[in-house]
Design a protein around this ligand. Structure first.
Ligand SMILES: [Zn+2]
Length: 383
């Protein structure tokens, strides 16, 4: 298995104010963990710097006027910055730009395009795009939720247009609903968008009755969950709803909005997933990609605001993409692992299957979960 890691230090130059959770240290920590494990030189891992997305590529999902607005916002900070300064300015509610933000954002948008090109040219089987700013809240004409350009949506549209794919699936397990991605493909039957997220929570969208519209009716699947649920609920939803929907849709490419803010230790999310839980969910996705689309899978970084959890989860995903099955984890299960909100997963799954007409359907090769095996730990550098 060859995995491409798409990363560029320019991502560290997109600055946010002191105390902002979406900060350069998130990616610095991920790189630090990979270095400590000596995994950047690992067999099968290829490091590929991302190209910048062109304005035409950004315009696959964004308005030209909005693209210019982001560029002008960054240029304006650069012009007024003192020599050696490192300032950022509010661009939209909670989203900031600094002098290098446009350069970072077009490289973040270019990362999954670079990944897809590498996969289609058979230089890699799958890829992890370690990028910021994140993307899944970005709308065609507006920034929100720390996001400037919708990296995953641009990649999905690029796959449809440039590689003439007919069916692309986006799986979003960030703790927040990816409202931007949903909006962009809401009426497009060629993109199946699946999101599992905390609700009620930011940004307030992603109800289970939001299922797409027009020709796209049925190709949006939302799974809103109350705070503090964990793996016991995520796992059956993944196996019995997400995987069935994927199997029925039969995608030619799977993109993942890979957010780790549903980790129990995350300061924004209030969910109860552990790194081992994320590993198991990611493994379900990897197996689906192998069964359905020759393993073509691109994970694109979204949220994740606890540095330790972020570093461990990134390293774990890369390990799984390379074909290993162990989680890198020095945090373990959360302190509330047993006291989490008890939701009747069977009732939830039955209701979701009814809403999305998944009745009478059985997943191909459905394996039994083997949690113990996944909890075998490779000690992280901080253990
Ligand atoms: Zn998030």
């Amino acid at each position: 298995m060859t995995t491409a890691l798409i990363y560029d230090p320019i991502f560290l130059e997109h600055l946010t104010p002191q105390g902002h959770p979406e900060r350069p240290q998130r990616l610095e920590m991920a790189i630090k963990v990979l270095e400590a494990l000596d995994w950047l030189k690992r067999d099968g891992l290829v490091l590929i710097p991302p190209r910048s997305a062109t304005e035409d590529e950004l315009a696959l999902v964004h308005d030209h006027a909005y693209i210019q607005q982001v560029k002008a916002g960054a240029d304006d900070v650069a012009r007024k910055e003192q020599p050696g300064g490192a300032t950022s300015r509010r661009f939209a509610t909670d989203t900031y730009v600094s002098a290098q933000s446009y350069a970072a954002a077009i490289r973040a948008a270019g990362a999954p395009l670079t990944a897809l090109d590498a996969i289609m040219q058979r230089q890699a089987d799958n890829a992890y795009c370690l990028v910021r700013p994140p993307g899944h809240h970005a709308l065609p004409n507006a920034a929100m939720g720390f996001c400037l350009f919708n990296n995953v949506a641009i990649a999905a549209q690029y796959a449809l247009d440039h590689y003439e794919m007919e069916r692309v699936m986006i799986i979003d397990y960030d703790v927040h609903h990816g409202n931007g991605t949903q909006d962009i493909f809401y009426t497009d039957p060629r993109v199946l968008y699946f999101s599992i997220h905390q609700a009620p929570f930011y940004p307030g969208t992603g109800h289970s009755d939001e299922r797409g519209a027009g020709a796209g009716l049925g190709t949006t699947i939302n799974v809103p969950l109350p705070a503090s649920v964990g793996y016991e609920v995520y796992e059956p939803v993944f196996r019995q709803v997400m995987a069935h929907a994927a199997d029925r849709f039969d995608p030619q490419l799977i993109l993942v909005s890979t957010g780790f803010d549903a980790h129990w230790n995350d300061p924004l999310g209030q969910m109860n997933l552990s790194t081992a839980g994320f590993a198991q969910l990611s493994k379900i996705i990897i197996e689906l990609a192998q069964t359905l689309c020759n393993g073509r899978l691109i994970m694109v970084q979204e949220g994740g605001y606890n540095l330790d959890a972020m570093g461990a989860c990134v390293a774990t995903c890369i390990n799984l993409l390379l074909g290993d099955d162990a989680a890198v984890d020095s945090l373990g299960a959360g302190p509330d692992a047993e006291q989490g909100f008890h939701l009747n997963a069977e009732v939830l799954v039955a209701e979701l299957r009814r809403i999305h007409k998944l009745t009478g359907y059985r997943m191909r090769n459905a394996p039994k979960p083997d949690v113990e095996r996944l909890r075998r730990e490779v000690k992280g550098p901080d253990a």
